[in-house]
Design a protein. Structure first.
Length: 309
C-alpha cells in the first residue's frame, strides 16, 4: 500500500467521480483508475461502488477512507515537524552559566528573547563553577556555557568574548571605606581583609583581582574564600571582610551590603564569555546559531549610540 493510493482513494470518495478526482489530483483518469484497482486487489475487496453517474465508497471502502485520512494527516504533520526542527523550531539546548554570569542583565535578556522566539524548544539551564561547566561541555552534556574565565584552547570548543564589565568593592554597610560615593582607589584596600571567589571555581576573576592588587602595590590579604560569588557576598555582609565583584552583582540586593566603584585599576574587569561546542549535533547547531543571533541583537541594543544623550 502506497500513500499515493490512499490519496487517490480519499480524493475519489470526496469527489464521487473519477473524472473530477483526476482533475483535482492533476493526473489522467486511466492512471487513477489503475491506482484504485491496485488498491482493491491488495485489500481483496471492492472499495468503491460504481454507480450510473459516479461512484461511492463501499462499507470496506468507507472504513479505509477514514483510516487513510488519519494516515495522510499524520504524514503531513510529520513533514511539518521535520521542517520545524530543521529550522530550530523544536529541539533541546542545554546552557550552563556561573553564578556571577547569571546575574548579568544580558543573560536574562537573551534567555527571555530566546524563549519568546522559540517557545517549543526545551531549554535546560545549569549553574555551576567554571571547571564543572567545562567538564559538561567536553562530555557534551552542555551545548554552551556563559562564564567569566577564558579557558585554554580546546579543539572541540569555541569561545566568544561578549563584553567586559567593571568590578566594584562590596562591603558591610557600616564599613568606613563604604561611606563615600566617590570611586575608591584600589590601593586603599591594602591591609583590608578580603573575601574572594575560590580560585578553582573562577580562576579568571580570582587571578585578575590578585594581579590588579599587586599592580597597585600590595598583596591582597585574603581571609576567606567562597565557592560561589553569592556566598562571597553573604560572608561580606556578615562582616568577615570586603570583596571585589562584578558590577552586575549589585542587582543582587541584600541587607547589610554596600557597593563602591573602583579607581586606579583600569584593567580590573569581569569578562562575559560564551563557550560552546564547536561541532554539536545538527539540531543543537541550528539552535546555537539562533542563540548567537539573539546575542548580537541584545549587544547592539546595549551598545552606546554615538552622539546620543
Amino acid at each position: 500500500m502506497e500513500l499515493r493510493q490512499l490519496r487517490a482513494l480519499v480524493c475519489i470518495a470526496e469527489c464521487g467521480n473519477l473524472t473530477r478526482a483526476a482533475q483535482q489530483l492533476g493526473m489522467q483518469q486511466p492512471p487513477l483508475t489503475r491506482l484504485l484497482q491496485q488498491l482493491e486487489a491488495e485489500m481483496g475487496t471492492p472499495l468503491m461502488e460504481r454507480l450510473p453517474r459516479g461512484m461511492r465508497p463501499t462499507a470496506a471502502g468507507l472504513a479505509l477512507v477514514q483510516e487513510a485520512r488519519m494516515v495522510l494527516a499524520r504524514v503531513e504533520a510529520m513533514a511539518g515537524l521535520v521542517q520545524d526542527a530543521a529550522q530550530g523550531g523544536r529541539g533541546h539546548v542545554a546552557i550552563g552559566f556561573t553564578s556571577s554570569a547569571a546575574l548579568h542583565p544580558l543573560v536574562a535578556q537573551v534567555l527571555r528573547a530566546f524563549r519568546a522566539q522559540w517557545p517549543r524548544v526545551k531549554v535546560t539551564l545549569e549553574e555551576a563553577g567554571s571547571g564543572e561547566l567545562l567538564d559538561g561541555l567536553l562530555a557534551q552534556r552542555l551545548h554552551a556555557a556563559l562564564v567569566r574565565s577564558a579557558w585554554e584552547a580546546q579543539p572541540s570548543l569555541s569561545s566568544r568574548h561578549l563584553l567586559s564589565e567593571p568590578m566594584v568593592v562590596a562591603g558591610p554597610l557600616g564599613h568606613a571605606l563604604m561611606q563615600s560615593r566617590h570611586p575608591l582607589p584600589l590601593a586603599q584596600l591594602r591591609g583590608q581583609p578580603l573575601v574572594l571567589y575560590r580560585r578553582p571555581a573562577g580562576p579568571g576573576l580570582h587571578d585578575g583581582i590578585v594581579a590588579a592588587c599587586v599592580g597597585a602595590g600590595f598583596h591582597p590579604q585574603v581571609v576567606q574564600e567562597a565557592p560561589r560569588l553569592t556566598a562571597t557576598l553573604s560572608l561580606v555582609a556578615a562582616g568577615l571582610g570586603l570583596s571585589i565583584v562584578p558590577a552586575s552583582l549589585q542587582h543582587l540586593r541584600s541587607d547589610g551590603l554596600a557597593y563602591r566603584r573602583l579607581s586606579g585599576a583600569p584593567g580590573l574587569v569581569a569578562p562575559l564569555i560564551l563557550v560552546s561546542q564547536r561541532r554539536p549535533e545538527a539540531q543543537a547547531r541550528v539552535l546555537l546559531q539562533h542563540l548567537g543571533g539573539i546575542l548580537d541583537q541584545q549587544l547592539t541594543l546595549q551598545r552606546p549610540r554615538k552622539g546620543g544623550a
